[in-house]
Design a protein. Structure first.
Ligand code: ZN
Length: 125
């Protein structure tokens, strides 16, 4: 069985040449292992973080909440941070449970879009 052809996050076209596929990160799925994120080498700077999670954080910031997002991908953290930091969105890099264990801040709510709450004992979150 052949591996699926990755799709570019920026242009949404298949990346037929494996040497042209740049791995940008991994997003957890709501009910499965998730998926890897790729982009054509020429489109790396056009690829952004997942628009659903990004919009959720931005919407919270617009409502007066001080949201913090945690992502496994350093590239996605960089891109989302550059875009949404002016609104007050804080984006951190790391595995969420390790990140929360090391963070001293207190949160009114913890919300998972991509899997931490699905695959983790809620008591640990
Ligand atoms: Zn592309």
């Amino acid at each position: 069985m052949n591996a699926p052809v990755p799709v570019c996050r920026a242009c949404r076209e298949p990346i037929e040449d494996p040497d042209d596929a740049v791995h940008l990160g991994h997003e957890e799925g709501n009910s499965g292992p998730g998926w890897d994120i790729h982009a054509h080498r020429a489109h790396i700077d056009q690829a952004g973080p997942d628009p659903v999670a990004e919009r959720a954080l931005a919407r919270l910031a617009q409502q007066g909440v001080k949201p913090t997002g945690v992502d496994l991908s350093p590239r996605m953290v960089q891109l989302a941070g550059e875009r949404w930091a002016p609104l007050g969105v804080r984006i951190e890099h790391g595995e969420v449970l390790k990140w929360l264990a090391a963070d001293d801040a207190r949160y009114d709510a913890v919300y998972s879009i991509f899997g931490a709450a699905w695959f983790t004992d809620p008591g640990r979150v």
